[in-house]
Design a binder for this molecule. Structure first.
Ligand SMILES: [Zn+2]
Length: 313
């Protein structure tokens, strides 16, 4: 067993699966990981995501070899440890949809819709401070495929788009454990504020992990959850936030005067307020998310387009 203070097996019954809390409790720009011991002597492991923080990562690498890193998606808080991990000999894998972004990190700003805006400099600085650089991905993770790792552990890759196009969860049927990544069960709710996001895909993705009746889940920013009933409740509450946003938009739209997505930004559809380091960016993300809801409500026949805006149907 790894001699690591920070490493906690998810359960005594599954001694090869370790929950690795990201620094500062996995708060952005850090993210929690799952580590799977794949060899005892010498100690080797597979790591899910690479945002646990340099200090934590170095301590782990001091005691064991991480041979593979599976990335849930391209976002900076999940990948910034990759250069260090690659230097130590790890190879990187992720879903094919997110590979082009990881291999050309200049696309981050484009997908966050900040290229050529006043926010670009700040975003560049954030990515630079995290040490983000192009990440060569040597393996594509394929949906539904069963991967055999270590001590006969089977992992199933579940493509769960919505947050990004290539977002994946990783499922261990023997432990009924899912690494949920940024289906993160946060109070804010599902985040689909980049140009490769989709609210409809996110909804289906939550439904697909709900159907697995997991006994353990690890989320990137909220930690480890245990118990089928608790997990189901949390996932359902998280899913309901999508429906609540639909409802808030319907309430905000009238029958006569059309409103655009920009009219709804800052009206507490997604964010209660704009605070913190990214306060000037949040309206951009909220605008993208509201647009996705408007498209979905239009397709469902709940609203109609009039000129450049929308009215209730
Ligand atoms: Zn993310």
């Amino acid at each position: 067993m790894p001699q690591q203070q920070k490493l906690q097996p998810i359960d005594d019954a599954f001694p090869d699966f370790f929950f690795v809390p990201g620094q500062h409790n996995g708060r952005y720009p850090n993210a929690n990981s799952l580590l799977v011991l794949t060899n005892e002597n010498p100690q080797e492991a597979l790591l899910m995501d690479a945002g646990i923080g340099r200090h934590t990562l170095q301590k782990i690498l001091h005691n064991m070899q991480i041979t593979k890193v599976w990335l849930s998606h391209w976002h900076e808080d999940h990948v910034y440890g990759c250069p260090l991990l690659r230097k130590s000999g790890a190879t990187i894998a992720c879903h094919p949809n997110d590979i082009p972004v990881l291999q050309d990190v200049s696309l981050f700003n484009m997908l966050y819709k900040v290229t050529d805006t006043s926010l670009q400099k700040m975003f560049d600085e954030v990515l630079q401070s995290l040490g983000i650089e192009n990440i060569p991905v040597v393996e594509s993770l394929h949906t539904g495929k069963m991967y055999n790792v270590g001590n006969d552990h089977i992992i199933q890759v579940i493509h769960t788009p919505g947050h990004t196009k290539g977002h994946c969860c990783f499922y261990f049927p023997e432990a009924r454990l899912i690494f949920l990544a940024d289906i993160d069960l946060s109070g804010l709710g599902p985040w689909y504020g980049a140009l490769d996001s989709s609210v409809d895909d996110f909804e289906r993705s939550i439904q697909s992990v709900l159907a697995l009746n997991a006994e353990y889940v690890i989320t990137s920013h909220k930690g480890l959850y245990k118990g089928k009933v608790e997990i189901k409740k949390e996932l359902q509450l998280y899913l309901d936030i999508i429906y609540n946003r639909d409802q808030r938009i319907l309430v905000a739209l009238g029958e006569r005067k059309p409103k655009t997505s920009q009219d709804l930004v800052g009206k507490q559809i997604v964010y209660k307020n704009y605070n913190g380091e990214f306060k000037d960016y949040l309206p951009i993300a909220e605008g993208i998310m509201i647009n996705l809801h408007l498209t979905r409500l239009l397709q469902k026949g709940k609203i109609a387009k009039e000129g450049t805006g929308y009215i209730l149907q």
